[in-house]
Design a protein around this ligand. Sequence first.
Ligand code: GRF
Length: 199
Amino acid sequence: KSIVILISGRGSNMQALLKAKLPCRIAAVISNKTDAEGLEFARKHGIQTAVVSHRDYSDRASFDAALAQTIDGFQPDYVILAGFMRILTEGFVKRYYGKLVNIHPSLLPAYGGLDTHARALHDGVKIHGCTVHFVTPDLDHGPIIIQAAVPVLSHDTEKTLAARVLNEEHRIYPQAIRWLCENQIELDANGRVVLHRHK
Ligand code: GRF
């Protein structure tokens, strides 16, 4: 199996995936930003990189078409979003149904969208976390592959909570992609994820 990883910035999840020695080929790391810090790390690890800048396109549809063309050039089995900060069109998402995976810094379906840690702190929830899921046109609502929970502590700030969650992101994302590449994951008729070993 082979994967491409899409990033927009820091790329710490991408780094965790690269370090995990997954049972698949990492065909490329693609960014929508030329200056994404993660690109340098990928290059140093001998991974091919590409940039498709959203600024070069007048609308989402034409950007997504260019992005899809670049992705397809690498013929990946899975497309892994790792801090990729662009909303993708329905056409793009449908084209990669069952192949497009994202990590989100909350326990979905709670706190889809942005500023998840600040919102969790504001609400005073005592448990927070992260979710790896398949991407569907419904933003942050696709079939869940794996989640990890962390406690919210009384002295937490957005920064300390984000760091605790990120630690778990770096653990569960490689786990999820490993399962995918080992064919351990199935989407059932209801669009829910079944892990073979739990069948
Ligand atoms: C992570 O918290 C991820 O869950 C969210 O954006 C952040 C990306 O961080 N979608 P990084 O670029 O992987 O370091």
